[in-house]
Design a binder for this molecule. Structure first.
Ligand SMILES: Nc1ncnc2c1ncn2[C@@H]1O[C@H](COP(=O)(O)OP(=O)(O)OP(=O)(O)O)[C@@H](O)[C@H]1O
Length: 344
């Protein structure tokens, strides 16, 4: 398959501080890769390196099978969409969209025609004569997408493009962005710190931690087989429970056989049942109700904490003594020393 984008051992630094460490990523043509990670992990820097806005200190960048590591940004044929949209306030929507073409010497009429077509594709064709100040956040987002689209780039780079929108609009634009991707078959790299956005949007997710790729996989793989406690904790809300495997949980017949090495056991709030008669004793510290679901925050022996998801109608009272049981089939094991997934 043709490569859309490849980062091969890419490192980058701001002044003397290294922020990317030998990052390997490859995005197939037409694939939507989401780069997910906490603030400061280096997500934006990945995009800036691809766009040529930051130099690499090691490694190569290839776009559409062409080594662009030493190319100027203008010659890389990528489009970047920023969180702030970066629209020109004094230009109309159609002028904003056409701008990138006109500065590259596309004749004005042709640029405007292509701008109109791009606006049509992203659903902002009714706004062409307005200025950014007269648009809602969602509309500005569409214009920013149209402006990226009109240049027919080899790769779209999207830096938290939905983070300025309110929750409902974010969900709507997320679905639209995915539909747009599928319609135009674009190669996209989308950066976010929002795990839900990543799970919903991505063909594959690359989890970034402190400038290193922690795991790359489909949303399903990231969810079902997190490669480390970091990924396990970062993806899922409330986060996955993690306890020492030889800790307070009462072992059961179907529990995995453990070796000598210290392990941690991880299980999502969904994998905890509270109605066990034989289970591990715990006290309910607090309960959060979110519609039909409730999350019970429990204290176990020796100060360990566990979150359980239960139907709101069957939630325990704060302060109640309960017994919890874990569905071991849904549990994950990690090396306590390194946090990496344990494969028996
Ligand atoms: N211009 C800069 N000069 C110096 N350090 C920088 C600069 N830009 C970013 N950094 C540092 O590089 C690291 C990675 O930053 P980056 O913006 O890539 O992270 P991020 O994952 O995109 O974070 P966020 O989600 O907060 O935007 C951070 O530690 C940050 O403080």
């Amino acid at each position: 398959m043709t490569d859309g984008l490849v980062l091969d051992g890419v490192s980058a630094a701001y002044r003397d501080t290294a922020v990317l460490h030998e990052v390997d990523l490859s995005v197939s043509r037409g694939e939507l890769l989401v780069v997910l990670g906490p603030s400061g992990a280096g997500k934006s820097t990945v995009l800036r390196v691809v766009a040529g806005l930051e130099p690499v200190t090691a490694g190569r960048v290839r776009i559409a099978d062409r080594d662009v590591t030493d190319e100027r940004p203008g010659r890389r044929n990528v489009s970047m969409v920023f969180q702030s949209y970066a629209l020109f306030p004094h230009l109309t929507v159609v002028e904003n969209i056409a701008f990138g073409l006109e500065v590259r010497d596309t004749p004005r009429r042709l640029a405007r025609e292509r701008a109109r077509a791009a606006a049509e594709t992203v659903g902002c064709a009714g706004l062409l004569d307005r200025r950014p100040g007269q648009l809602s956040g969602g509309e500005r987002q569409r214009v920013a997408l149209a402006r990226a689209l009109v240049r027919e780039p080899d790769v779209f780079l999207l830096d938290e493009p939905l983070s300025n929108l309110d929750l409902a609009l974010r969900a709507e634009m997320r679905a639209e962005l995915r539909a747009l991707h599928d319609r135009i078959g674009a190669t996209m790299v989308h950066v976010t710190h929002d795990q839900t956005e990543a799970l919903v949007l991505a063909d594959r997710i690359a989890v970034l931690r402190d400038g290193r790729v922690e795991q790359v996989g489909t949303p399903d793989e990231i969810w079902r087989a997190p490669a480390s406690t970091f990924v396990a904790r970062f993806v899922g809300s409330p986060a996955m429970n993690l306890l020492p495997a030889d800790g307070p949980l009462r072992p059961r017949d179907d529990a995995p056989t453990l070796g000598e090495e210290p392990l941690e056991i991880g299980f999502r709030p969904e994998a905890v049942a509270l109605d066990a008669t034989e289970g591990t004793p715990a006290t309910v510290d607090r309960v959060e109700v979110i519609g039909e679901d409730a999350f019970a925050y429990l204290s176990l022996a020796a100060g360990h904490q566990v979150v359980a998801r239960v139907p709101a109608a069957r939630r325990p009272e704060r302060g109640a003594a309960v017994r919890l049981d874990v569905r071991w089939a849904d549990a994950h094991l990690f090396h306590a020393a390194t946090g990496r997934r344990y494969q028996p």
